[in-house]
Design a protein around this ligand. Sequence first.
Ligand SMILES: NC(=O)c1ccc[n+]([C@@H]2O[C@H](COP(=O)([O-])OP(=O)(O)OC[C@H]3O[C@@H](n4cnc5c(N)ncnc54)[C@H](OP(=O)(O)O)[C@@H]3O)[C@@H](O)[C@H]2O)c1
Length: 306
Amino acid sequence: MSLLLNGKPVADKIKAYLKEQFQTLETPAKMKLIQVKGDPASSYYVQNIIRNGKKLGAVVELVELEEDSTTQELLEIIHDANTDPSVHGIMIQEPLPKHMDVLKVNAAIDPCKDIDALNPVNMGHIMMGINSLTPCTPTAVFATLRYYKIPTQGEHVAIIGRSDVVGKPLANMLLRKAEFADATVTVLHSRSSQLKELTRQADILVAAVGRAGFVTEDMIGENTVIIDVGINEQIDAEGKVSFVGDVDFNACVGKALAITPVPGGIGTITSAILFLNLLRAVKGVQKDNKTIDDFLTLIFVGNHDE
Ligand SMILES: NC(=O)c1ccc[n+]([C@@H]2O[C@H](COP(=O)([O-])OP(=O)(O)OC[C@H]3O[C@@H](n4cnc5c(N)ncnc54)[C@H](OP(=O)(O)O)[C@@H]3O)[C@@H](O)[C@H]2O)c1
């Protein structure tokens, strides 16, 4: 039976650290959370962020825009948040309506307040191995590997998916010359040939495809560690909604060395990482000079007072 890599103990450890850290701040950490109405699933995530903020002792200020708002209106709100010294982090809830220019929006966020790390400046920093804020989901994958002591140095990590949010930043983070990275990375996508041959060779397989049960037993080896990033909504005949991953969990759980569940895996950790980024933004990434690896060491290994 595979080792189950549950997200809860990882998230709990991060949250306990954050609660302690937020309490020590002279002025409360504040996140400006901006949502453009129109996507019902987004409201669930927004409420979850607000709830987490309350529990951790950080202020989450929600700004809601109507669905027909323009990119310019959103840019003005971002500008206000950029120049407001009481705001430490800015989070734009995606997806944005199709008529909005997502690239322009992400590029407008002050990179020092960019707690979802989608600004091209932060993306470039990640690619070049410069210390910066890091995107939440790839960082949640890192936190899982660190917590469960799964080494990456010299290991072959195959990632299915090349999105700007998950696949590409994760690949670049794993490629860094660092103790907890240094991996050999293969990035696969919808045009990849020999996908199965390549995934079978992976020591660690990350699925970020957006297709329920995409990874099947014949795509993995006996010693593969599977990280399932996927969150796919499923509605049964009675209209009951549930969420499944990009991995056929039941088929792979007996064969893989270890596997993350969905729900209860990477998604559980992602929201804690958003607040870790808020803390990093409060401290100032350059001023503080601690990398995400340093923070994960502090959280999982120890001394919080350092
Ligand atoms: N856990 C979390 O916190 C979290 C956060 C974000 C996203 N997610 C979930 O993670 C999944 C991926 O999200 P995303 O935003 O990265 O999705 P995305 O932007 O839709 O990207 C999906 C990627 O999968 C590739 N792909 C699609 N079909 C494929 C196929 N048949 N063979 C090989 N590759 C294929 C696509 O290839 P092309 O580039 O060639 O199109 C693309 O690179 C989704 O289920 C999403 O809900 C979870």
